[in-house]
Design a protein around this ligand. Structure first.
Ligand code: GAP
Length: 460
């Protein structure tokens, strides 16, 4: 994990938040390459949901909502709390489920726990609510207290009727949303895996209760395939059925998609059958009847909700971990192996932050630099490009491989005579010759997945 964190900092993917002030407990900022990559993940998810399904629409609801929403959803009551224990000696706090040494069937009656850090005695567990409270308005009074949303989906449920009516939908249909969520986690950690501010990509599928099982199964498969299609290795993914006692308070059934992170298997996404928990509770608390009326069958009922809830930050981490490779001595066979360890980030082409690097062979020949900058200007409106002239060409290729740049364009002395450049493939390191006039079209084909070697004359 340390190597991933170091790459993220060194190459501008992720920085600790407020770093010049010593950092701020498990908060992170996405740097220039990080924001490109995270946006690519969100775009891939959005396209999958909205473009590939005709009856799913998008929403961007406010983060701040009336506190009653959280009362109705059950998040302010015992449902949304972790059991917390504190060490009486070092005062460190732990989630009870973290204390692996303690295998007590009745979690609330824990008596024999010891602190994993210092061996001190632990307190009795108590419930700790994870909602983040905030004040809205200039006057610090009770009426102005609300919460930062702990899951984005509540904004979807309170808009169920608005969307049903404005889009003239019939059940089944889905609403998708991407946005920030906040939880006062007791023990954030493992880099961006568990943080207090994070981003979710959630889709809520409203269906007839009798069809809930069918759609639960459907979405489980769809979501697993999404990761596989974006190149995550099959062996690093698994589905885990979540037992009743572990399930969130709103769920009738939960399956987690887990990824094999360097620190072990961890939840990447939750697929929940939320039954009618949300719509029936919002009906009860708001006084608004949110039942659906089926014109055909004359039936009035609360639709069941099948939810797919993905963490954008966890997906980001999983894509990085899965793509990361170290090659001691380097991959090049044409030159002597070095003592260095070469890093290759074999990211899926859709996810990679930079698509094209433009490199003059050397930087001290003005004609070559000028040509390479012309190529850069030609490609920049169409692809995320980076121009780089610093260091030897080999070093520049390594630098691009390290951040997963899909392809590199090199302008050499011959280019000045014939307007032909060299295109290098990140994964195979193969090189082809391509006319500048055809470059845009060929790069487009590469990004769409066409076989590299079929697109130009092989030179290496
Ligand atoms: N609406 C359902 C829901 O929020 P969840 O299992 O609590 O379900 C869904 O969260 C996903 O959100 C998780 O699978 C994870 O990817 C992400 N997530 C949850 N808590 C997180 C945290 N503290 N830091 C980063 N991501 C988190």
């Amino acid at each position: 994990m340390g190597k991933i964190i170091s790459l993220c900092k060194r190459r501008g993917f992720v920085f600790p938040s407020s770093e010049i002030y010593g950092g701020f407990g498990s908060c992170y900022d996405f740097g220039p390459l990080g924001v490109l990559m995270k946006n690519n993940i969100k775009k891939a998810w959005w396209e999958e949901m909205i473009r590939n399904h005709e009856n799913i629409v998008g929403l961007d609801a406010a983060i701040l909502m009336k506190p009653e929403v959280w009362q109705a959803s059950g998040h302010l009551t015992a449902g949304f709390a972790d059991l917390l224990v504190e060490c009486k000696s070092c005062h460190k706090r732990f989630r009870l489920d973290e204390i692996h040494e303690i295998q007590h069937p009745e979690l609330n009656k824990l008596t024999s726990g010891v602190c994993p850090e210092c061996g001190g005695q632990l307190t009795e567990p108590r419930k700790f609510n994870l909602m983040m409270r905030t004040l809205v308005g200039p006057v610090e009074e009770e009426a102005a207290t609300t919460y930062l949303r702990a899951e984005t989906c509540q904004g979807i449920y309170v808009n169920f009727e608005n969307i049903l009516n404005s889009m003239r939908f019939k059940i089944p249909f889905g609403i998708a949303q991407i946005g920030k969520a906040f939880r006062n986690e007791i023990t954030p950690g493992n880099f961006i895996y568990r943080t207090r501010e994070f981003e979710q990509m959630e889709m809520e599928w409203f269906c007839h209760p009798k069809e809930a099982e069918k759609y639960f199964d459907y979405w489980k498969k769809e979501r697993l395939n999404w990761y596989l299609n974006l190149g995550i290795k099959k062996d690093n993914l698994r589905l885990r059925e979540v037992k009743k006692e572990e399930r969130p308070h709103y769920a009738k059934e939960t399956v987690d998609i887990e990824y094999k992170f360097p620190f072990g298997w961890g939840e990447l996404e939750a697929i929940n059958n939320r039954g009618d928990w949300d719509l029936s509770n919002h009906s009860r608390f708001s006084g608004k009847d949110l039942r659906y009326y089926d014109e055909g069958t004359k039936e009035k009922y609360f639709p069941y909700i099948i939810e797919t809830s993905d963490g954008a930050d966890r997906s980001f981490l999983a894509f990085l971990c899965d793509a990361y490779q170290e090659i001691p001595g380097g991959r090049t066979k044409t030159t002597k192996p070095t003592k260095e360890v070469e890093i290759l980030l074999k990211l899926n082409k859709k996810i990679a932050p930079i698509k094209v690097a433009i490199l003059p062979l050397v930087k001290n020949k003005p004609g070559l630099v000028k040509k390479a900058k012309e190529v850069y200007q030609l490609l920049k409106p169409h692809f995320v490009c980076q121009y780089d002239e610093l260091g030897s060409i080999g070093r520049r290729y390594r630098r691009m491989d390290e951040v997963g740049t899909v392809t590199s364009v090199t302008c050499d002395f011959q280019t000045l005579k014939d307007n032909i450049v060299t295109l290098r493939d990140r994964d195979s390191m193969k090189q082809i010759k391509v006319e500048i006039s055809k470059l845009k079209e060929i790069i487009q084909k590469i990004l769409e997945g066409e076989e590299f070697l079929k697109l130009g004359k092989l030179i290496k």
